[in-house]
Write a protein that binds this ligand. Structure first.
Ligand code: CIR
Length: 270
């Protein structure tokens, strides 16, 4: 069973952190509607939604992805690079504790979940304004015992690594078990992903690389139809959700959930 942790859009979203975008007005009601459509899409694809408690005073709290990285055997609680976001982790700790052993990134390390791309056996960590060398090193040592090699990837043109590259398929690619990634090669150097098959976003849709794979379906932002059509031409099953309002807060499709594979035993004990 897949559990998707989500969190309501905060009414203070207009005070969100911004790094690469200029501040433009966010239509709160529309953002709430779009977020509800996102949750419905996750449900349709088989996820059970668990909403974390509302956090009206935490402008960026809808972007739960940044608060943790979930593996099959452990979850790593992040230490967000933006100080304004650090208190968001408490709700994530409480929600993940029943399902995973927890590791934690400690000061002076910083790490945002949006900077971590997990593939079988390899974890790519974006080195950004949010994730520092110490945070990346701590993550590497927490996950090494579980068989993961960690690869640091410099990212400069966008907020997070996963703004520039995300997973389309894990483990069962076109050539045996190669990974297939969706990438904007202008935002991150494809050379770091040797051994993976890469599909590029449409050049007119630079922000389209952030997609979320649930089971066999790739959820894309409605605003990027060309990249979605490109994925379908490669045989991917896709779904789309409107994501224009949260994009003004520099959020994408992966950012609004933390997906946790939950065992039936845990399901019963909840
Ligand atoms: C921030 O700057 O932290 C938020 N305004 C956007 C975070 C988006 N999260 C993500 O890409 N994982």
């Amino acid at each position: 069973m897949l559990l998707a942790l989500t969190r309501a859009v905060s009414p203070s979203i207009d005070r969100c952190e911004l790094t690469h975008l200029a501040r433009t007005p966010i239509d709160y009601a529309r953002a709430v509607e779009q977020h509800a459509a996102y949750e419905r899409c996750l449900e349709r694809l088989g996820c059970r939604i668990q909403r974390l408690p509302d956090a009206p005073d935490q402008p960026d709290s809808v972007f739960v992805e940044d608060t943790a990285v979930v593996f099959d055997d452990i979850a790593v609680i992040a230490r967000p690079g933006a100080a304004s976001r650090r208190s968001e982790i408490e709700a994530t700790v409480a929600a993940l504790r029943p399902h995973r052993r927890l590791g934690c990134i400690q000061a002076p390390g910083t790490l945002d979940g949006g900077d971590v791309l997990v593939t079988p056996g390899r974890v790519f960590v974006g080195r950004t304004a949010r994730t520092n060398a110490d945070g990346a090193r701590q993550l590497a040592s927490i996950v090494a015992p579980y068989g993961f090699e960690t690869i640091e990837v410099p990212v400069t043109e966008c907020l997070h690594l996963k703004s520039a590259v995300s997973c389309l398929r894990q483990g069962f690619g076109w050539a045996g078990s190669r990974e297939i990634l969706l990438i904007n090669p202008r935002w991150v150097d494809p050379g770091f992903f040797a051994g993976c098959d890469l599909i590029e976003v449409d050049p007119d849709e630079p922000a389209a690389a952030n997609v979320l794979r649930i089971a066999d379906t790739v959820i894309c932002a409605e605003e990027f139809p060309r990249t979605r059509a490109r994925l379908e031409s490669y045989g991917f099953v896709t779904a789309s959700v409107p994501a224009s309002e949260l994009a003004k807060a520099e959020g994408g499709i992966t950012c609004c959930s933390l997906v946790v594979r939950v065992s039936r035993a845990n399901e019963r004990s909840e």
